[in-house]
Design a protein. Structure first.
Length: 517
């Protein structure tokens, strides 16, 4: 009797779930079924939906759910209106991108188990099985002359833009991003490699798959097969659990319930507070990751001396994680805050103070003392011999914070000429009268330098800051006449906030076992 048979019999095939095969028009014997399925959701309650019906998930969008990087856009290549102030454009690769929970996106990995025997029959029982997955990092070290990296990344950028129906820029990504760009796309295809073999031969590419090894001293990424670090022999690869999806009744409308499937799911981590001993985060937005699922079965009673039997899946498609401030992710979540009502706060000031608020304690030698000087502090000191605790009403903190933000936003725009920042701000109701007056003013031969008090006041209203219109008039040399209408459009908020289209669900599919398949 073989060790596998003594340990519990056959091994397992860990494949994509049946509905992924149905949507892709292949069966469980096809190589396309070897990788586990990644599923996307737009609610933190996604596990409830997954358990209720694992087929119900969201489609991955060809535009938003792929990793992209910015490249400069020349002024002559920009579009009209608001697009005229976009100094960069995004180049989309073919590499999958997963968003963070703060972006209202959540992910699961799903597999279906089969017995590793001819015909791949379904297992009769899950008793004694441990199913889980690991998250691994694809690490690459790339050594090449800067000129070669720039040339390759520029050609790849042009090719990706052309695939999207856009013209390629004269420059590629910044050199600091060139390695990321090449690795992200070359991880997916070989056609580019064949076309540019001469340049790629000058690139020393060292690829390795790393596992997150955790122990009493913390975690660290380590190449597979690399021996443990001195003093850390107990380190083991971190494993994440998977749970079996319950059997469903009623899937077959006109037939008896199909034989029970062995479907398992796990929650994909897209954020982590873990760091290695060097202080580097476990997960970042620059690495390429993959998942691999496993099934482990302990030996049968009486064969405890036999080794544990483990069956592994193929890796999932590679993916990167979105940054916390990814604009395509942050647009999915809106946070609404109402400023304190000055009238209500003033009325409350007449009453005795309550226990609520923000209590801030300043230790000895850490207390700031200064003369406000009418808004321009001229000096101060640090002192204090005993701890001092001050309690501020939460309303006061919010009022001052919003004042500072409102004061510095136009300063940042003007000092650094970041006009596109104005496209990220809009107010409701909009100042349509002010915008209409400015459009009428600039429809003739008027320029920014010709603006009078009425026009500068109109810009003050649109920009939300006193004196902003006068500053804009003084910076008139930075704008050509044809830019004026575009500038007005940029600072004019829409009548209503545009709502992004909802993500599309995956198409429904029927279980082939309902028909005796």
């Amino acid at each position: 009797m073989t060790a596998a048979a003594a340990a519990g019999g056959h091994g397992f095939k860990v494949l994509a779930p049946w509905y992924a095969c149905e949507r892709g028009h292949f069966d469980r014997f096809d190589p396309s079924a070897h990788a586990p399925a990644l599923q996307k959701y737009a609610s933190a309650e996604f596990v409830r939906a997954l358990v209720a019906d694992p087929r119900d998930s969201l489609q991955f969008d060809a535009e938003e759910d792929v990793w992209s990087y910015p490249v400069p856009v020349a002024l002559a290549d920009r579009g009209p209106g608001r697009a005229r102030f976009a100094t960069h454009q995004l180049v989309r690769t073919r590499l999958r991108k997963l968003y963070q929970p703060s972006h209202e996106r959540f992910y699961a990995v799903v597999v279906e188990l089969f017995c590793d025997r001819p015909g791949l029959p379904r297992p009769q029982s899950a008793e004694g099985l441990e199913v889980g997955f690991v998250m691994r990092r694809r690490h690459v070290e790339m050594d090449a002359p800067p000129k070669v990296l720039r040339t390759l990344s520029r050609r790849l950028t042009s090719e990706l833009l052309a695939a999207g129906g856009r013209a390629g820029p004269d420059t590629g990504p910044y050199l600091s991003q060139a390695r990321d760009v090449l690795w992200a796309d070359l991880a997916h295809r070989t056609a580019f490699e064949d076309a540019h073999r001469g340049l790629l031969d000058q690139v020393d590419l060292k690829k390795q798959t790393q596992a997150w090894m955790a122990g009493a001293a913390g975690g660290r990424w380590r190449a597979l097969g690399e021996p443990p670090a001195p003093g850390r022999p107990e380190d083991r690869e971190q494993e994440l659990p998977m749970w079996r999806l319950p059997a469903r009744s009623g899937d077959c409308a006109h037939a008896a319930p199909p034989p029970e499937r062995s479907l398992w799911f796990g929650v994909v981590p897209t954020a982590s507070a873990d760091h290695d001993e060097q202080g580097a985060p476990k997960l970042d937005d620059r690495s390429v990751y993959e998942l691999r699922c496993f099934v482990r079965r302990a030996p049968r009673p009486g064969h405890e001396h036999c080794p544990v039997q483990t069956s592994w899946s193929k890796p999932t498609e590679p993916f990167r994680l979105a940054p916390f401030y990814d604009p395509e992710g942050t647009k999915n979540r809106k946070i609404s805050i109402t400023m304190p009502d000055f009238r209500a706060v003033a009325a409350r000031a007449a009453a005795p103070p309550g226990p609520g608020g923000v209590a801030i304690t300043s230790p000895p030698g850490s207390q700031l003392s200064f003369d406000p000087g009418g808004g321009t502090p001229g000096g101060g000191s640090v002192g204090g011999t005993v701890p001092r605790t001050c309690t501020f009403a939460l309303e006061l903190v919010m009022i001052v914070a919003f004042f500072v933000f409102s004061m510095f936003l136009p300063i940042v725009v003007f000092v650094f000429q970041l006009w596109w920042l104005l496209a990220l701000r809009f107010c409701l109701p909009p100042s349509l009268d002010a915008a209409a007056a400015l459009k009428a003013f600039f429809d003739g031969t008027k320029t920014l330098a010709d603006m009078g008090q009425a026009e500068t006041d109109a810009f003050d209203e649109l920009l939300g800051a006193k004196g902003a219109g006068a500053r804009l008039r003084d910076a008139s040399d930075a704008f050509a006449q044809e830019d004026l209408d575009d500038l007005v459009d940029l600072v004019t908020p829409p009548a209503t906030a545009p709502a992004p289209p909802p993500p599309r669900p995956e198409p429904p599919v029927n279980d082939p076992l309902c028909e005796g398949g």
